[in-house]
Design a protein around this ligand. Sequence first.
Ligand code: HMG
Length: 391
Amino acid sequence: MSADLTAGIHDLSVATTQYVLTHETLARQTGADVAKYHKGIGQQSMSVPAADEDIVTMAATAAAPILARHGSDRIRTIVFATETGIDQAKAAGIYVHSLLGMPSATRVVELKQACYSGTAALQFALGLVHRDPSRQVLVIAADSSKYELGSSGEATQGAAAVAMLVAADPALIRLDNTSGLFTADIMDFWRPNYLTTALVDGQESISAYLQAVEGAWKDYTEQGGRSLADFGAFCYHQPFTKMAYKAHRHLLQYHGHDVDEADVVRAVGRTTGYNSVIGNSYTASMYLGLAALLDGSDELTGQSVGFLSYGSGSVAEFFAGDVVPGYRTHLRTDQHRAAIDRRADIDYATYRALHQRSFPTDGGDHATPRETTGPYRLAGLSGHKRIYEPR
Ligand code: HMG
């Protein structure tokens, strides 16, 4: 591995769902004061997949523009991170590989560790690029978060995919080799194989996240990482956007700093724009934070960004990168805003029906209704096989 090689995020593309449920609509149903959602957890709305959308259709939608721009000749690996996998054996990335017509000389694999595995995928990709800088890796993080109807987690659902091209001499973010790591065996959030919704101890999960911030940062410092003052912005995992503020305050307090709210807003405020309207997209969440930061109006060239990735259970990693000069010309800001703006607003009854929807398990032919206006759809299930098609 060459010490002078720079590798990082060369392209980044976001996709989300056909539908959106606002927190006003949810509040009317739950009886909560909408301020609890808007101010208390910092959420305005959440993306809801249509009957013919899932992690594969969102992932293919996010990745297609990357292939259109860069081609697939240099991509020999797809790493797909998710905790809402559609099969216990087959990697969801294989369906994406097929929908996008990628070459057979590709390795495709799926990774899982709650919301953290998008970062594991990125780190594995960086390792491969350092091994052979002429190659690129397609990293995809896609999830649809789901809690029980009427539970306190319900307000923190969402769905999105982020596709990233990881390459040498990247156009967006150069990433350091130094990382701070933390793992602890905690039951703060989990989903047994027989459940479609996650189980969570909400307050315990917040404490576990904060403990992981501390642990990952401590290790980052011990590994010779940069100091807190070097960073212009921090991208935290955002199960709800107020969590990023809590995490940053915690990091400052851990350092013995007085917490100045204006500093906290400056550090994380620019990363929350997409998450506040999309909701928790698990593995994709932190990278939506990066997309919002880059797509914002501030010029970031040369600034250092700190990343804190957290996945319940729990694993966390702190790492850093620098925004590359000229990055603006490579952004997909219009595409990202269009993906958010195109969503159709749904009422609680429609959302509830989608939430409760599942395929029969009888092995028969079950077509899905045509709902999505996106480029790819889940056409149905036949003989226990999921059928995807371009729309
Ligand atoms: P809750 O019990 O519904 O809400 O649970 P609360 O009573 O804790 O209130 C939330 C905030 O709103 C509080 O602010 C209230 O004060 C405030 P805080 O004290 O925390 O700053 N509030 C109001 N503000 C203004 N006006 C009002 C008002 N009322 C209350 N009228 C909880 C909230 C997030 C716990 C719940 O939604 C939940 O369990 N969500 C799922 C778990 C979760 O997101 N955990 C986050 C950390 S774990 C993680 O990030 C990993 C994860 O992404 C999974 C993975 O890794 O795969 C989840």
